[in-house]
Ligand binder design. Structure first.
Ligand SMILES: [Zn+2]
Length: 78
């Protein structure tokens, strides 16, 4: 049962191929406890950051995921 945002890890679509091993976890919601115990967690975070978290929005911001599954906002300085 999902009760509020602190208990879940949710992502938008960040993979572009259904052949990717993490495909079913993209654009999906996971319980945070399940995410933390997941053996592919670091791979997921790394892939998220490689494909989406490294993108610069509005020339100023990135939204990388930390190791706990929280998507953060960081300023980009030239
Ligand atoms: Zn679960």
């Amino acid at each position: 049962m999902i009760e509020d945002d602190r208990d879940i890890v949710a992502t938008t679509q960040f993979l572009d191929s259904s052949d990717h091993p993490l495909w079913k976890y993209s654009d999906a919601v996971m319980h945070r406890k399940c995410f933390e115990a997941w053996d592919q967690r670091q791979f997921f975070v790394d892939e998220y950051n490689r494909l989406l978290g490294s993108a610069v929005f509005l020339g100023s911001f990135k939204h990388p995921m930390d190791d706990d599954g929280n998507v953060t906002t960081v300023s980009v300085h030239n």
